[in-house]
Design a protein around this ligand. Structure first.
Ligand code: AMO
Length: 429
């Protein structure tokens, strides 16, 4: 007989089923024994009754360690007492893989195991439906990103993960040995996506990035992923609009398709509104509210305040000061000495989730900006040359996959939004 998923036992009318899954819990009331079986789709009660259930099966039900993988063949029965209104009366139970006991972490719904220990045993932590819910939603965000981008007419691209020079500025690079040369793990696909839109017009990627930032915070990872977008014949205004619509689409999809997971995580989501503010206007607003101002960036406190002022809103802070932006961001009016740029950050639910802007497509201006940032134009030769043969103005953005997951689900620590986080101290599992 074919395997039935537990969800289908509740949603379809089935009489005899084969279920495979893991033992969540078991209870022995001497004459009646219960095993709660779970698979990726749900949970169901298996009920053994002394005298009615096969004696061997009834005996086995007493002693299966939690989280063991088992197969249950049995009959579906309606029951007022069983959660969900149905239970399984087992004909046979087979142990597929017995779990060692005791478990090193608590994987019950009431688990109080601390995050570092949970991450040490992430493979087991994922036995919890609540933890799976985070990654089911993240998977749907990725799916939503792809759907939206394809509808926009963008082409999905793969970029190199090993680079010869920095793409975001000189610091925070992980150096690696590449035969006789020095190379680095990619900080972003920035330079490559820019080169591509000079021919392919609209490109996107879900791209892993590495930053050797030393600080250990609840919002930084050393290995993070970005939703990347780049568009030719476009400026910052055009791509901010694309980003706003893209996040609205992704969040709308999660609301529509992940109601079970959102319920489990006790998260209520709304499709975000959009607000545009210049950096100057933002700072004025924040100053009035008593927030300390930085002339090149927004502090964590400032980002939180913006959420209070504009809840459930993506706030695009644009016309960002040149000082606070990387070398590739276009200065206002294409003037090398401009104070403001065509760069922006997007703040959502109290955190920077994305940054982007219009890029420099003029080789001479790019060389000036590289030098101004203390970088050597020789290291960027092919990148600069790519703008010598009909490069249009262009713009784009990078949206943090884990940051977006974190803010949407209200997770305290960004590590909750990564299956296997890489941070200053963690390389395993
Ligand atoms: P930036 O460095 O601002 O821009 O990164 C874009 C977005 O990626 C996420 N992010 C991170 N998430 C977790 N840990 C980190 N260490 C980390 N660093 C960045 C954030 C951030 O807003 N190339 C540009 C984007 C562009 O202009 O297209 C870039 O990388 O959500």
């Amino acid at each position: 007989m074919e395997r039935t998923m537990i969800k289908d036992v509740f949603e379809k009318s089935k009489k005899n089923v084969v279920l495979r899954g893991w033992v969540y819990d078991s209870r022995d009331l001497s004459k009646v024994r219960f095993v709660v079986l779970k698979d990726v789709s749900g949970r169901i009660q298996i009920t053994g009754i002394q005298g009615k259930t096969d004696a061997q099966v009834f005996k086995l039900m007493k002693n299966i360690p939690k989280e063991s993988a088992i197969e249950v063949v049995g009959r579906v029965e309606k029951s007022d007492k069983a959660p969900g209104g149905k239970e399984i009366l087992p004909e046979s139970i087979k142990i597929i893989a017995q779990a060692e006991s005791p478990l090193p972490i608590d994987v019950s719904d009431f688990s109080k195991t601390e995050l570092p220990k949970r991450l040490d045993y992430r493979f087991l932590d994922l036995h919890r439906p609540k933890i799976q819910a985070i990654f089911k939603i993240q998977s749907n965000l990725m799916q939503g990103f792809r759907e939206f981008m394809i509808k926009e007419g963008a082409i999905e691209c793969q970029f190199p993960e090993i680079i010869g020079s920095s793409s975001e500025g000189g610091t925070d690079l992980f150096e690696i040995k590449y035969f006789e040369k020095k190379a680095y793990l990619s900080q972003s696909c920035q330079l490559y996506k820019q080169m591509l839109v000079c021919s392919m017009e609209k490109v996107f990627a879900i791209f892993p990035t590495w930053r050797s930032e030393k600080h250990n915070t609840v919002r930084h990872l050393n290995e993070a992923r970005q939703f990347d977008y780049e568009q030719g014949f476009a400026d910052d205004k055009i791509v901010m609009d694309v980003l706003g619509r893209c996040v609205q689409y992704m969040v709308g999809k999660v609301i529509d398709e992940n109601s079970d997971e959102l319920k489990l995580l006790d998260v209520k989501l709304k499709v975000p509104k959009i607000k545009y503010l210049t950096f100057e206007k933002t700072n004025k607003l924040l100053e009035e509210k008593g927030v300390e101002i930085d002339e090149r960036d927004l502090s964590g406190e400032a980002e939180k305040k913006l959420d209070e002022l504009y809840p459930d809103t993506i706030v695009f802070v644009h016309d960002w000061p040149m000082k606070g932006k990387p070398f590739y961001i276009m200065p206002k009016d294409e003037k090398a000495d401009a104070e403001l740029s065509n760069g922006f950050d997007a703040i959502y639910k109290g955190m920077e989730v994305s940054s982007g802007g219009q890029r420099i497509h003029l080789p001479e201006l790019l060389i000036k900006r590289l030098k101004a940032k203390g970088l050597n134009p020789k290291d960027f030769k092919s990148y600069i040359d790519s703008f010598r043969y009909g490069a249009p103005e262009h713009a784009g953005w990078g949206l943090g996959v884990e940051r977006l997951t974190q803010v949407l689900l209200g997770l305290n620590n960004i590590r909750e939004a990564v299956l296997f986080p890489r941070d200053r101290d963690r390389l395993s599992p």
